[in-house]
Design a protein around this ligand. Structure first.
Ligand code: ADP
Ligand code: MG
Length: 498
């Protein structure tokens, strides 16, 4: 069914979008949240299980202390409050991936209360994304529906269930409705979830790999007539597991809802599915009366984290990604746009390591973001997979700094490194790339160039250094590019006593 859509720009000029995100983060503990079953990726189905993760009658859950610690760290990094009293609750529903027919979660007394995350936007401004609470819970198993057209249960011939994921610890970060986002709604949501990914990685509490489902988001979107109108009816698109998916869900829902509202229609409060083509399709109609019959989990005692423990966790937090980015941007004297390009290219860690290993910040950035980035794009690799090391880039930068290579020769040396010919110095030696540093030879070439270009020589004699280009070009050609342009300029100036 083709949906009627309003043009995006028109939609955001006529309506005020509001977004809310429920972000599930899988924690990287070695064992599950309530039992000792291992958490490993890619294990044979139904091998990482115990009676507890299967929810067999008589089995009893015990809280994994690491889960509380990781969640609390994340909460502190989100500037949230760590509750003094927090309880578990049973969320009841039936589905084959949840064989005990309830999920152990938190409801009334979550561990993490409030908080916010500041995200940097493409235009250089900052949006403070408001967080309502975050709670810990167990993941469910994984259903695989076989034989249908799109992997859904509808039309499937049979379904398989793998309980390896049942009981994997999750933190669900539930945002407040984010207002004032305007046309930037998709970008803000994307930046928010990216920031969560960077944060959990920096904290070491999750691998944060979207492609493995470590982070999944439920995306709520509503529109209202104006920023002072009450919130409109929202839709909730479930389990979106890519940044592009989050951004396109919001864009699409804004366009779809705007078209409905503009013709006087009503938005159904429903859950929707994200489609790979960037659209959403209807799921089930949801009402606020949805009742999971939450009740206190009788098998688990409340969590009462001591203030002393919370403060010691706070002291143990590493430098957070945003603070680090801002510090490095200042240290490396980069513009916002330059820094953003580095972050988007995934080059921040490599450039930092290269600078720490002795390269100039400008050199490190230039090579990783220039020729190496082009090479990996062409070969569909990541920068980490490039056949060049941090040490190679440091060496290359050193060869330029010491005047042994000019920019052009350095690029040839790097090309050799990328072709597997050795380190930059080895390639330079083998290919005979080093700059002519013999001043006697260079002065001779400068004089040769001057006599071959009498008009240029006249201008130079009259003090016009702008004319030096022709002489530099002559010497460059004669040395097959193996000279340092700035140094030739110096020799010319010296020749004319300038
Ligand atoms: P539920 O209990 O159905 O999950 P919540 O009230 O907890 O609903 O809200 C879920 C998410 O939806 C939260 O992130 C919240 O910020 C967001 N949300 C609530 N109302 C709206 C709205 N009108 N527009 C956009 N997002 C909303
Ligand atoms: Mg919800």
């Amino acid at each position: 069914m083709a949906e009627e859509l309003m043009d995006y720009d028109e939609a955001v000029s006529r309506f005020d979008p509001v977004i809310g995100l429920e972000v599930h983060v899988e924690l990287s503990t070695h064992t599950k949240i309530f039992d000792g079953a291992p958490v490993t990726f890619g294990a044979e189905p139904n091998t990482n299980i115990t009676p507890v993760s299967l929810g067999l009658p008589g089995s009893l859950p015990v809280v994994n202390e690491k889960v509380v610690e990781y969640a609390a760290k994340l909460g502190l990094a989100l500037d949230a409050e760590i509750a003094e009293y927090s309880t578990f609750a049973r969320k009841n529903y039936f589905y084959p991936d949840l064989d005990k027919a309830y999920q152990i979660s938190q409801s009334e007394y979550p561990l993490i209360i409030g908080g916010h995350l500041d995200v940097d936007l493409p235009d250089g401004s900052t949006y403070r994304f408001p967080i309502e609470h975050a709670h810990i819970e167990e993941d469910a198993g994984k259903n695989t529906h076989v034989g249908g057209s799109d992997g859904r249960i509808q039309g499937a011939k049979y379904s398989l269930v793998d309980y390896n994921r049942a009981g994997v610890p999750l933190v669900e970060i539930v945002s407040e409705p984010a207002t004032g986002v305007g046309a930037y709604a998709p970008d803000i949501a994307g930046a928010y979830v990216r920031s969560i990914r960077d944060l959990v990685r920096a904290l070491g509490v999750s691998e944060g790999r979207m492609e493995r489902g470590n982070i999944r988001a439920d995306v709520n979107v509503s529109l209202r007539e104006s920023p002072d109108a009450p919130l409109g009816t929202r839709t909730e698109t479930k389990n979106v597991n890519s940044f592009r998916g989050i951004e396109s869900t919001i864009r699409f829902e804004i366009q779809r809802q705007a078209a409905i509202l503009a013709r006087g229609g009503e938005i159904l409060q429903e859950t929707r599915h994200y489609e790979e083509d960037g659209t959403t399709s209807p799921g089930r109609v949801k009402s606020d009366a949805d009742d999971y019959r939450y009740f206190p989990e009788p098998d688990l005692v409340p969590l009462t984290p001591s203030r002393q423990w919370v403060e010691s966790l706070r002291d143990s937090l590493p430098e957070l990604p945003r603070a680090r980015r801002h510090r490095l941007q200042e240290e490396w004297k980069l513009s916002d746009a330059q820094m953003r390009d580095i972050v988007n290219a995934g080059a921040l860690d490599l450039i930092e390591q290269t600078v720490e290993a002795g390269a100039s910040p400008a050199g490190a950035r230039k090579w990783w973001m220039g020729d190496i980035a082009r090479f990996v794009n062409e070969h569909e690799l990541t920068l980490e997979q490039a056949p060049v090391t941090v040490a190679d880039v440091v060496e290359l930068d050193g060869l330029i700094q010491s005047g042994k290579l000019n920019d052009k020769l350095a690029r040839q040396a790097l090309a050799g490194v990328l072709a597997g010919e050795g380190t930059p110095a080895q390639v330079a030696a083998a290919r005979g790339l080093e700059i002519v540093q013999d001043d006697g030879e260079l002065e001779r070439l400068v004089e040769e160039a001057i006599s071959a270009n009498p008009k240029v020589a006249d201008k130079l004699a009259a003090g016009n250094m702008k004319a030096a280009g022709a002489i530099v070009g002559y010497v460059m050609k004669a040395t097959h590019g193996k000279a340092d342009g700035a140094h030739i300029q110096e020799l010319i100036a010296k020749h004319f006593g300038l």
